[in-house]
Design a binder for this molecule. Structure first.
Ligand SMILES: C[S@@+](CC[C@H](N)C(=O)[O-])C[C@H]1O[C@@H](n2cnc3c(N)ncnc32)[C@H](O)[C@@H]1O
Length: 311
């Protein structure tokens, strides 16, 4: 018979690919276990929660003899599971096959709010032990928001960041809404916005791809993004900013220009170069109505998505 042991006060973070060192640095001096990109122990940490691809919030260790016993233990906790697989483990693959089927096809982006059923995560620690969490922050396999890509339409892969932000947060510009896209070139985000039927004013020092420059719903303005007078665009309800700059500069501009304006929603990328800039994360989090997290397509970046709170 299997044995289930709840690991009280323990949590696991799955680091995004390439950001493992950030987790290691943050956890230096603390007691934790690491396997590949998974870090766990009594390590609850609001900073890591922002960066994690997935957070395993209710940890159990399961001891079992057979594959079927393991599958039974997992399904006693909840129906749907996804493995964070040790490379090349056939035993882990057999366990997953013994679990109820989970459809995890790439998402077809529609721009409409969709709900995803909860998905637990598990990891085979050795032949007779599994680490599992029925509660995870992401409903997608290992926190990867994978989409059916459009390899012909957009000018670059940046469009996937907006698809993910809109899908995860269930908000997106509606047909006819006016969007300001700052740091827009070559136009991945502008491409998404105009395809949703929005009207886009795109600001950059460099032009967009030619077809976007010619698109009737897009107006390109050659300008320094941080000198744009937002009060000149009272019809704009959305603001997007993907300019490469220090996050402190972005915060200063958001505080002095965006918050006092009539903008209702904002999506901004915080681009980090070194750990000395992490302090600004708390300042963004202190702005009411905001969400801050790491998107699957983000590198050493966080995305801030904000909706003006109703007064
Ligand atoms: C990461 S790229 C933006 C990619 C774009 N979001 C897309 O989807 O294609 C950053 C852009 O910011 C622009 N940029 C950097 N500093 C700027 C500034 N002060 N004013 C306007 N644009 C700026 C760069 O020219 C570059 O096109």
């Amino acid at each position: 018979m299997y044995q289930l042991q709840r690991l009280h006060n323990q949590i696991a973070y799955l680091a995004p690919l390439g950001l493992e060192a950030l987790f290691e640095e943050r956890l230096a001096g603390r007691v934790y276990t690491r396997q590949d990109r998974l870090f766990w122990g009594k390590i609850e940490d609001a900073f890591l929660a922002r960066w994690a691809a997935n957070q395993w919030s209710e940890l159990y260790e399961i001891q079992f003899e057979s594959i079927l016993e393991c599958a039974k233990a997992l399904t006693s906790l909840q129906r749907s599971w996804w493995p964070y697989l040790p490379a090349g483990s056939s035993r882990a693959s057999y366990i997953q096959k013994a679990l109820p089927h989970v459809g995890a096809k790439p998402i077809v982006f529609t721009g409409k709010p969709t709900t995803y059923p909860p998905l637990g995560s598990w990891r085979l620690l050795d032949d007779h032990r599994v680490l599992a969490s029925p509660q995870c922050t992401s409903p997608r396999p290992n926190g990867e928001w994978e989409f059916v890509e459009d390899r012909l339409g957009p000018p670059n892969r940046a469009y996937l960041k907006l698809w993910e932000a809109f899908t995860r947060l269930g908000v997106a510009p509606q047909k006819g809404e006016v969007c300001l896209d700052l740091g827009a070139s070559p136009g991945g985000w502008t491409w998404v916005l105009q395809r949703l039927g929005a009207s886009v004013k795109a600001f950059d020092r460099s032009p967009l791809r030619e077809d976007l420059m010619q698109a009737s719903e897009v107006e390109f303005v050659e300008a320094d993004a941080f000198r744009v007078d937002l009060s000149a665009y009272p019809e704009a309800s959305w603001l997007f900013c993907d300019v490469i700059c220090y996050p402190e500069k972005l915060y200063e501009w958001v505080s002095t220009s965006v918050l006092p304006s009539s903008i209702q929603h904002a999506v901004c990328t915080l681009k980090f170069q070194g750990r000395e800039h992490y302090g600004i994360i708390d300042s963004f989090l202190a702005i009411p109505g905001g969400w801050l997290g790491h998107l699957s397509q983000n590198k050493h970046e966080l995305t801030w998505v904000w909706t003006r709170p109703v007064k």
